[in-house]
Design a protein. Structure first.
Length: 440
């Protein structure tokens, strides 16, 4: 079929941060955007890690969605030995000799090759996945960029936080980033580094802030009304990123949190405490139960355990639980983001450099003082934050509207849009995608 005869749009989406509520929201926001843009005349191939979970998330969409973990499996075939030279060789083989590899690996590599050859563009969706913790992601992106270059396809990244990076990452990744048509960042943390590497960069914000996901309010009321209608506080703690030397201080923070909750709930007899799980198997519930263990029996009986990552939870309901809270306390990036975006006070505990970059930038964007690193001053800063919450329930973070306008001006400057014309951020992202399509 000639190119001009195509009746649908083919899109490849790269998304590996699955099973995490925030990363799912990012992916779903773009899927709904493409649904609105193309309707049923769209075919999307998603390359991720958790195929069964992704399939369940996307099964009700009106267009064809293909979910594959072949890129993840192919990289891990070499990556498991942590021999990065071996992985780079495997990536080069994938790009240069994909037909030969399909005989050795399995038929899915042929499907991978076919999807990149026929796609209209490749979209690497946002999150904080490019850093020194998950180097396997570096090689997946290297493969995606290489295949895009091989077939002359446009490739862009949105809503990224990149870093922290090791020295070897800073050698390996710039040649890859330079081949990406546009790198859209959700904060300024690595903007100058990428520009110094000669990359095409703009700074906007997290992908979930520029899309409104549809939600059925009546269904939310039926399934989640008992969680939303009752006055509540949300807790979401995890410790996979915790440094061993900070473990004792983290225990003190948990005890301080429990003491504050006892004090607050004793003065607000109708308030419930939601112990939230953003990602299964990531110790959110374990940490939550440890905090509950420090509470007295009366307050402990007001605690509810909520697995937000359960796919039966409607996305709109997840947002409602967070934005209707009196306040939120925890270590998760997207809980802080959803809270601050909806003007709900939140206390974020920073466990390591990775979370320091992400949480620090989002609290700075919203002019919030609720981001506290787990260091020698942590106790005093946490106590001050809790004291302010106890003085008045109306204490809120600063409205982000002025900061959003400032971000919009930055985008207009970076992409050379006339400064007199005030463009809606969502529309600008849409225009960028249409620009890529038009250049094909």
């Amino acid at each position: 079929m000639a190119k001009g005869d195509k009746t649908h749009t083919d899109i490849v989406i790269f998304s590996v941060g699955n099973l995490n509520v925030g990363d799912n929201a990012i992916l779903m926001s773009w899927l709904y955007y493409y649904r609105n843009l193309y309707g049923e005349k769209c075919r999307i191939t998603i390359y991720g890690a958790e195929v069964s979970y992704l399939s369940e998330l996307t099964c009700d969409l009106p267009y064809k969605v293909i979910v594959s973990n072949v890129l993840h499996r192919y990289i891990w075939e070499s990556y498991s030995s942590l021999d990065y030279g071996k992985v780079e060789t495997a990536v080069s083989e994938l790009i240069d000799q994909v037909e030969a590899i399909s005989d050795r690996f399995d038929y899915a590599v042929n499907a991978l090759n076919r999807s990149f050859r026929h796609t209209d563009f490749i979209h690497i969706v946002g999150g904080g996945i490019i850093n020194n913790k998950w180097k396997d992601v570096h090689f997946m992106i290297m493969a995606a960029v290489g295949l895009a270059e091989k077939y002359g396809k446009k490739i862009f990244m949105t809503g990224q936080t990149i870093g922290p990076l090791d020295e070897d990452d800073k050698v390996r990744l710039p040649p890859v980033f330079q081949k990406v048509d546009l790198i859209d960042l959700r904060d300024h943390s690595c903007e100058q580094y990428l520009k110094s590497c000669g990359c095409n960069v703009q700074v906007t914000m997290d992908d979930v802030l520029i899309h409104t996901l549809p939600c059925d309010q009546s269904q939310i009321a039926i399934e989640l009304g008992h969680l939303i209608e009752t006055p509540h506080i949300n807790l979401c703690f995890q410790e996979w990123a915790l440094k061993e030397e900070d473990r004792k201080r983290y225990e003190i923070v948990k005890k301080e949190t429990a003491a504050f909750l006892e004090w607050y709930c004793s003065r607000h007899n109708d308030v419930q405490i939601n112990i939230m799980e953003f990602m299964p198997l990531d110790q959110d519930m374990k940490c939550g139960r440890e905090i509950v263990g420090y509470l007295n029996d009366e307050i402990r009986n007001r605690c509810r355990y909520v697995c937000l990552a359960n796919t039966n939870f409607l996305w709109g309901g997840v947002l409602e639980i967070i934005k209707t809270a009196r306040f939120n306390i925890g270590t998760r990036y997207h809980m802080a983001l959803f809270s601050l975006e909806n003007n709900v006070s939140t206390l974020s505990i920073v466990l390591d450099d990775y979370y320091g970059v992400k949480l620090g930038q989002i609290h700075k964007l919203f002019d919030s003082d609720g981001c506290i690193e787990l260091n020698a001053d942590a106790d005093e800063k946490i106590e001050k934050w809790m004291k302010r919450r106890s003085e008045t329930e109306e204490t809120k973070t600063k409205s982000p509207d002025s900061m959003k306008n400032q971000k919009l001006e930055n985008i207009n400057e970076i992409i050379n849009v006339c400064s007199v014309q005030k463009v809606n951020l969502k529309n600008r992202i849409c225009q960028l995608i249409q620009f890529f399509l038009a250049k094909k």
